[in-house]
Ligand binder design. Sequence first.
Ligand SMILES: O=C(O)CCC(=O)C(=O)O
Ligand SMILES: [Fe+2]
Length: 357
Amino acid sequence: MAKKEEGINAVNQQFNKYEGVNKAHEYNLVENKTVDEFDNDFVIQTCDMSEFFNDGEAGKVAFAKKLGSALEEIGFAVLSGHGIDTNLYTKAEEKIAKLFETIPLEKRMQYEATRYGSVNQGYFPIKETTQIHPDLVEGWVFCRRAFNLPDIENYKESNFWPEPNYEPIFREIVQSHEKLILPIMQSVLRHLNCDPHLYDKKLTNTNFGFRLNYYPAISKEDDASGAGRMLGHEDVDLFTILPAQSVDGLQVYNRANGKWIRLNPEPGTIILNTGDYMQRITNDRLPSTTHRVSKPKEPRLHNKPRITIPMAVYLWEDEILDVLPGLKPVKYKPISAIKFHTGITSKYYGDEYAVDE
Ligand SMILES: O=C(O)CCC(=O)C(=O)O
Ligand SMILES: [Fe+2]
């Protein structure tokens, strides 16, 4: 394994042996001002979910067509008309700033991330979200069991949250996002001519990783080091629900031309992107699309923290990932979610992270 600082100049192909789906493209983990090219023309499609919710069968068909083709082409879409109260996002942002800025590091470290099932859950200090690059971000991952939900037995808030009064607002957010899971999956399946309800049961009360990302203001030293805010990666999930952020920096890789697309959608919208589980079960029809977080374009924004709350939608660890019916020729063997998930993420956490079940 290369030393972490070497990751600043690394390309993804150095880690290709960990991948669970085909990824032939090569990219720099961190923005490289001299060689990276930008695609300023590509427009990531906005898809209006109110069509799905309000316009009957015809609306569902129209939404599936738009969403499915956006995801098939680039693996990203922007969702409008999702019906979620966006004040929740504003409130969450304040809470997250408080969590990372006022709770002492010692206390945060009591919740340091450790694997439970497939997912590395808990707190990640700055520069330690992966072993392969010193990301300028702190993270905190909360899975389903971290929330006081009706299906969680013997729930104990202090096992997951360093202080009371954090869990309720985030529970409201994950419960609102859960309402989007079946509509999204049903639309994807419809687009692929599969039974739209094939995943309804698997995705009811499914596991997820709700991640708080706190990118602190960038110090002169960190700026000079050349490290990025989050290394180029593909999400290891079915799909990710990511409310639009107010500080720019998200870049999406276009495999068709090798250029990066800067993605800064309207506040109040939600970014949706497909991950490795989805690429696997769709036999490469829907790509797991590379993205990364660079410093804001305008240096004056370097002294502003950036906060994001992606929710990665997973299958429970004992589910089997199998190519969807009708997609031929079948490229991938069935594999358990835990083997698939931990095998890929051992690239970030060390070879011993992988579970062979
Ligand atoms: O912060 C962002 O905009 C994206 C974060 C991300 O890609 C992730 O946490 O997987
Ligand atoms: Fe991501």
